[in-house]
Design a protein around this ligand. Structure first.
Ligand code: ADP
Length: 407
């Protein structure tokens, strides 16, 4: 059951060839700077060396004008280093699509109508959906004989109640422009929910969680009975937690204030909030490892950035525990959640009264685990888990399921 998982960005193409049964990643790669003069291609493969061999890297550059040429270049690199057919039969191509709005709540086999629908959602996701359309069209041209499946970042949050997804604005405007909270990172929240349920020894439809996806982008999700009931990202991925370069929550009036008093254009404010804010905006670094290094040298801006980052997570954690009323566990995942004991310690500290307490030594020793780790003391009513996420595997599984009709 081989699936090619594709993540098309505006100037990049990431892919993985995954066997959904053995979970072996046979190859993975990245084409960067599409549309520029020279595009680096990094392809890693074990197709010829075998499932237990390390991935061997092949690097090259080519002139790649668009996503169509990028897919063709990937086919050529497979031909040179080990074809897909050498390890099995490709059953489908799974595409990560960021915005499915209220139209797509399930993995969807891609047709011309589906591509049109994704295109029609571009006004809701101007930074992401154009690349998804290009990725879908180009991949289907390159692999016309296998089904393609779109897996939406928003889909897991389709179960949010109206009380959580409605913005308290003029509803005639909201309806006309489809303005509501959609949420993102759904593939990751769903994947770690299923793994946490196994780790907790409960059926997934009985598990209540607060999941914290802390990567470069970051979001929190309240999960009741295995389903998303609230999440911190909204109409766009800008809302919610403090991120690498995004502000997360602000007073919306700040936008008008900057336009009217600082003379910034709407586009400049948009760029500032998405690209020059968050950790980067507060201390000049968006990678938390660098922020910690600065803070350790006594840099006040970095210390404040860490405090703001942690405070926002704790604020959401408290809110989501109130939304849920009870929780089996708090789940940390993604780059920061899986690798950063200091952030986990600060997020969890002082919560003993509500039944959250972790073994500090186990926390300090847990960095990049390959399987879920329970940090809690035995008997703590709310567990604290570190669960490695794997969005590509989740997309591959959903794709295989959609094309075969089997779980
Ligand atoms: P993306 O959202 O781009 O998929 P990731 O989930 O890979 O991002 O997370 C990337 C972030 O994770 C980095 O910017 C960095 O802040 C953080 N990170 C990765 N490794 C570590 C580490 N060992 N310690 C602290 N933070 C880390």
């Amino acid at each position: 059951m081989l699936v090619m998982v594709v993540n098309a960005g505006s100037s990049s193409l990431k892919y993985q060839l995954i066997d959904t049964q053995s979970e072996v990643v046979w190859a993975s790669g990245l084409v960067e700077r599409i549309g520029e003069e020279s595009s680096p291609i990094t392809h890693r493969t074990r197709v010829r060396a075998g499932a237990d061999a390390p991935l061997e890297a092949f690097r090259s550059t080519a002139t790649i004008a668009d996503h169509k040429e990028a897919f063709h270049a990937v086919t050529e690199v497979f031909a040179a280093t080990g074809e897909v057919s050498e390890v099995g039969e490709l059953v489908g191509v799974g595409h990560r699509v960021v915005q499915g709005a209220d139209q797509f709540s399930e993995p969807t086999v891609v047709t011309a109508e589906v591509i049109e629908a994704v295109r029609s959602l571009i006004p809701l996701a101007p930074l992401h959906n154009p690349a998804s359309v290009a990725g879908l069209e180009s991949a289907m041209a390159e692999h016309p004989d296998v089904p393609h499946v779109a897996v939406f970042d928003t889909a897991f949050h389709a179960t949010m109640p109206a009380s959580a997804y409605t913005y308290a604005i003029d509803q005639s405007v909201a309806r006309e422009h489809r303005i509501r909270r959609y949420g993102f990172h759904g593939t990751s929240h769903k994947y770690v929910t299923a793994r946490a349920a196994v780790a907790l020894g409960k059926p997934v439809d009985r598990v209540d969680l607060v999941t914290l996806h802390l990567g470069n982008g970051a979001s929190a999700c309240a999960v009741r009975g295995g389903r998303s009931v609230e999440t911190s990202m909204g109409l766009t991925p800008l809302e919610g937690l403090v991120m690498g370069t995004r502000s997360g929550d602000i007073d919306p009036a700040l936008v008008f204030h900057l336009i009217s008093t600082a003379g910034m254009s709407a586009a400049e404010v948009d760029t500032m909030l998405n690209k020059r804010s968050g950790l980067l905006g507060m201390c000049g670094q968006n990678d938390l490892r660098e922020v910690h290094a600065l803070a350790a040298r006594g840099n006040r801006d970095a210390e404040l950035a860490l405090s703001v980052y942690v405070h926002r997570i704790r604020k959401y954690l408290g809110a989501y525990l109130a939304v849920l009323g009870r929780a089996d566990a708090i789940v940390f995942t993604a780059g920061v959640g899986e690798n950063d004991p200091e952030i986990r310690r600060r997020v969890i500290s002082g919560l003993e009264l509500i039944g959250v307490a972790i073994d500090q030594e186990r926390n300090a020793a847990t960095r990049g685990p390959s399987a879920p780790v329970d940090l809690s003391f035995r008997g703590a009513p709310i567990r604290v888990l570190v669960v490695p996420t794997n969005e590509e595997l989740e997309i591959a599984r959903q794709t295989a399921q959609a094309v075969t009709g089997r779980a």
